[in-house]
Design a protein around this ligand. Structure first.
Ligand code: SAM
Ligand code: SF4
Length: 331
């Protein structure tokens, strides 16, 4: 196998797998309070996910991220984590990682470490217990912080994801920067993206990153870093804190030129772009048609991967907005 190149010459070596669309939180910018989820019969089972992952790895995927919904709430998820971990131990994958809300991390940290997970992203939008509970609609910050501590104790490198929410968590930025620097965690700040119907008021909570981080610029010295991860973040050193800060700016600075990823949903669709409804459905192929059909669909997905998202227009033009929520494809 020679690796995967899309129609715009981009090398695709990163697969994100949404293992469930369900979640025990209801972050207000991600999904409405009353959200309907996919029926269980539509979900790929672990054997099907592992088979698809094997195929993508054979074609050149070197990094897999589990996401959701909340990946750690799917029943027996440790089975899939261990199965995919075999690729890391055998050198077929450079990285197996996940994005989690951290609520079940205390229990799962040792399992992740054993499976070869060396780094994870944990989403925490505020270190204020009340603000955290409000944003997540009921999440317990103490539980999440205990999970993060367990990850650290198991030698898993942690990056904290914080979504920039106008008028809601800007005053939490300095405490968050200090918490991350003290614990040796990276911090990534993310602009809100216009995904999902039924999410009320998201346009009002959008704030450009440059405005959001103004308090950090006043308090500290931000120096650009040459460091690049596999993702779209641009990195800065926050001196003299010694914090590595990643800024993810899908809205104010487009990052599609070096997009290297595909996204597998819980029900077996590959989405080629977070900002487009275009997808290729692998479920029938994996259930009924065999690996040749899977390979053909994979080539189709590469051909159809769009050049870029259109979030800027979607934010101001509601009729263009995507109905799909972030929990369907993962962040
Ligand atoms: N439940 C896990 C978590 O929260 O980390 C994984 C899935 S969540 C969809 C992945 C990431 O997407 C989280 O960091 C979350 O804050 C972010 N996210 C969700 N909806 C978003 C939106 N509309 N715009 C920007 N980021 C969003
Ligand atoms: Fe759940 Fe993550 Fe969405 Fe929050 S951002 S509701 S934790 S999937």
């Amino acid at each position: 196998m020679t690796g995967m190149i899309d129609g715009f010459g981009r090398k695709i070596d990163y697969l994100r797998i949404s293992v469930t669309d369900r979640c025990n939180f209801r972050c207000h910018y991600c999904m409405p309070e009353k959200q309907t989820f996919l029926p269980h019969r539509d979900l790929l089972d672990y054997q099907e996910i592992a088979l698809l992952a094997n195929r993508f790895i054979a074609h050149g995927v070197r990094k897999i991220r589990l996401t959701g919904g909340e990946p750690l709430v799917r029943r027996d998820i440790d089975i899939l984590i261990r199965e995919l971990g075999k690729h890391v131990h055998a050198g077929r994958l450079d990285e197996l990682t996940l994005t989690t809300n951290g609520s079940r991390l205390e229990q799962f940290a040792p399992i992740l470490a054993e499976a070869g997970v060396r780094r994870i992203n944990v989403s925490i939008d505020s270190l204020n217990i009340d603000v955290f509970r409000q944003i997540t609609r009921g999440g317990q910050l103490e539980q999440v912080l205990a999970g993060v501590a367990a990850a650290k104790a198991n030698n898993i490198v942690v990056k904290i994801n914080m979504v920039a929410l106008k008028g809601q968590n800007q005053s939490d930025l300095l405490p968050m920067a200090e918490y991350c620097a003290t614990n040796d965690f990276d911090l990534a700040i993310i602009e809100t993206m216009p995904l999902g119907d039924g999410v009320v008021g998201r346009q009002d909570c959008y704030i450009a990153i440059d405005d959001f981080i103004a308090p950090l610029r006043s308090a500290y010295d931000l120096q650009p870093l040459p460091y690049r991860s596999a993702g779209p973040a641009r990195y800065w050193n926050v001196a003299p804190l010694g914090l590595r800060l990643g800024l993810i700016t899908p809205m104010s600075h487009n990052f599609c030129d070096d997009c290297n990823r595909l996204r597998l949903t819980t029900d077996g669709k590959i989405f080629m772009c977070l900002g487009s409804e275009m997808h290729v459905d692998f479920r029938q192929a994996i259930r009924e048609q065999g690996l040749d059909a899977v390979d053909r669909l994979l080539q189709k997905a590469l051909r159809l991967k769009p050049e870029r998202h259109d979030f800027e227009r979607q934010m101001i033009q509601p009729d263009l907005r995507l109905a799909r929520h972030m929990n369907a494809t993962g962040g």
